[in-house]
Design a protein around this ligand. Sequence first.
Ligand code: CDP
Ligand code: MG
Length: 136
Amino acid sequence: MSNKEQTLSIIKPDAVERNLSEKIKSIFSKNNLSILETKKLHISKEEAAEFYKVHQSKPFYDKLCNYLSSGPLEAIILEGENAISKNRELMGATNPKDAKDGTIRKLYGISIDKNSVHGSDSVENAKVEINFFFKA
Ligand code: CDP
Ligand code: MG
């Protein structure tokens, strides 16, 4: 049975800064994830705090919000068969050191915090996160 999904990808500030957006988007396209919409923007720390509020109790939360708001990012709506898990697979493990060869984080991630990409982790969060960046 087919399972077409949409998910939110973010090319994080460390990757936008190094001009990796086109390379990362070509990995999505090659793997049958269509790019439906993209938006490049620089969010405030308050917006980053809202986006990452599921992590508000974590020790890395403040640093994470500073980082996500440190420069322009590119938000992308991806669509395709099992897009949520497919994108997570293409991204690789949170810590680039643990990510498998060929994954985006292995190729381009700098560290556990500057790990180049975000991807929604569930159908529910994908909806909320797409709405965060692309609400009408
Ligand atoms: O991004 P992912 O879903 O793989 O990981 P997460 O556990 O949802 O964490 C969100 C983000 O917080 C990560 O992508 C990292 O940028 C950051 N993080 C961090 O800076 N230090 C950690 N120990 C864990 C996560
Ligand atoms: Mg996550």
